[in-house]
Design a binder for this molecule. Structure first.
Ligand SMILES: [Zn+2]
Ligand SMILES: [Zn+2]
Length: 157
């Protein structure tokens, strides 16, 4: 998706809108390659003033992730709106929005996605998925000193 700079330049201060879909099949993310589910829905509005484009960019879509605690697969829905100021001193006829859309998606998605808010994750000591099973026999987590608050509670009971 792109903006026609000639039209924007011809009418400084006037707001132009474009909307549509942008295909971003995959996104490189901290060594992972994330697959998007369908195209990104994009809404942009922009005006030109003093060799700058002032841009409102909204991105919306779905992306395949893994839970940051238990690694279960999930689909994250994202929605993000950005206000950008892009200098356009050169004579280019278009302002290419694709890189801006991609960084919008980066800002939109969660740095630590969860399969559910109370996911208990995988035990770092025994490797048990605590959503489905208890610590395995001999796990360090079982040998830790009991929580003093729990001891107090037992006393009271
Ligand atoms: Zn999880
Ligand atoms: Zn464990």
């Amino acid at each position: 998706m792109r903006l026609e700079l000639a039209r924007l330049r011809a009418a400084p201060g006037r707001l132009f809108r474009v909307s549509g879909q942008e295909e971003i099949p995959t996104l490189d993310w901290w060594g992972e390659r994330l697959a998007l589910e369908g195209p990104v829905q994009v809404k942009a509005s922009a005006f030109y003033q003093a060799e700058r484009v002032f841009l409102t960019l909204e991105v919306k879509g779905r992306i395949h992730r893994r839970c940051s605690r238990c690694l279960a697969e999930l689909v994250e829905e994202f929605h993000h709106k950005d206000f950008l100021e892009v200098p356009v001193k050169e004579e280019g006829a278009f302002l290419e929005l694709s890189p801006l859309i991609e960084s919008g998606v980066r800002l939109a998605i969660s740095p630590r996605p969860l399969c559910r808010p109370d996911c208990r994750g995988i035990c770092p000591s025994c490797g048990a998925d605590l959503n489905f099973e208890d610590h395995r026999p001999g796990c360090e987590a079982l040998r830790r000193t009991p929580d003093p608050r729990l001891a107090k509670l037992k006393e009271l009971l």
